[in-house]
Design a protein around this ligand. Structure first.
Ligand code: NAD
Length: 280
């Protein structure tokens, strides 16, 4: 593991455009459970997973019932979102913020809806699946901070009159086009991608490492396989191997906790820089 951390630090220092992709695993050390890890919410409760698949349709057909479920009166989501809003960044988030502060990390594209990268100090963060701290109108696209909107009457409504939903992307719901396009541009531009704490099974997010590797957009995802000629490194940091590891999309896999491995990589980056200041 130590050798891989040293290798990652060297690769980062010779790269020109480093980005990070993150998933629920980076926030488990902030006491937010993931979905599919060994103790994940859905690993332990299959009914919760089934309900999640129906949530977007519930909003479209009965926004009042959607809000009752999200507020916790008809389900556990209010509690989960409350826990998320109270959470604090952990050493994994802080390491990525420090890497941006060093001028090395250009952006974070996260699946997480917890806002912890922003709280940790990262300035360029694409929240691919939105944030529990905002509401969004699916009709006109307007976004509102949660504290701007009264939840006394459900469902809350946008200025345009349509019901508002959480600004999170539920299953079967399209990714907002602004975030989707910018994230794909970042994947096409990077020459090193750190993929941290994701099972890489939720699409289209999980196609971003492949987009980087094969230098082709998501629309052509069907042809993203075979040998890559792009000069891009994909480094995966996760508790367990994923399809990215097994299909050889990752150049290498560092197994363990993001809260331990990412700070160790950043320390190594700083050590190499201070030993050889002219090299980076
Ligand atoms: P996932 O639950 O499918 O997978 C998490 C992965 O991280 C697993 O492979 C797990 O083994 C690994 N992991 C757990 N703790 C880790 C740690 N400390 N260090 C390294 N790896 C660790 O998560 P996903 O791939 O992000 O997909 C789940 C979806 O659920 C996403 O769309 C996300 O929006 C949502 N989600 C978000 C949060 C959050 O915002 N914190 C929490 C749960 C789910």
């Amino acid at each position: 593991m130590e050798k891989l951390i040293q290798l990652a630090a060297k690769d980062i220092l010779v790269s020109k455009y480093v980005i990070a992709l993150t998933g629920a695993g980076i926030s488990t050390e902030s006491a937010i459970p993931d979905f599919r890890g060994p103790k994940g919410l859905w690993t332990t409760d299959k009914k919760a997973e089934a309900r999640a698949y129906e949530r977007y349709e519930l909003f479209l057909t009965n926004p009042g019932a959607y809000w009752e479920e999200m507020m916790g009166t008809g389900g556990a989501y209010g509690e989960f979102y409350g826990k998320i809003r109270e959470a604090e960044p952990n050493p994994g988030h802080h390491a990525l913020a420090e890497l941006e502060g060093l001028g090395i990390l250009k952006c974070v594209v996260t699946q997480n809806i917890d806002g912890l990268h922003v709280k940790a100090g990262n300035r360029k963060v694409w929240e691919y699946h939105g944030s529990v701290s905002r509401l969004r109108c699916v009709s006109c696209g307007a976004r509102f901070d949660l504290d701007e909107v009264s939840l006394d009457e459900l469902p809350p409504r946008c200025r345009c009159g349509a019901p508002l939903k959480y600004d999170v992307v539920h299953f079967k719901e399209p990714i907002p086009s602004d975030v989707m396009e910018e994230s794909e541009k970042e994947a096409l531009r990077c020459d090193l991608m750190l993929v941290c704490g994701t099972s890489a099974v939720v699409y289209p997010f999980a196609s971003l490492p492949r987009v980087a590797k094969f230098r082709r957009g998501i629309a052509r995802y069907g042809s993203l396989s075979g040998e890559s000629t792009a000069n891009v490194k994909i480094i995966e940091v996760n508790a367990e191997p994923t399809s990215l590891t097994c299909e050889g999309i990752s150049d290498y896999f560092i197994q363990g906790k993001t809260g331990e491995i990412l700070p160790a990589i950043v320390e190594e980056v700083k050590r190499i820089r201070s030993d050889c200041p002219g090299d980076s």
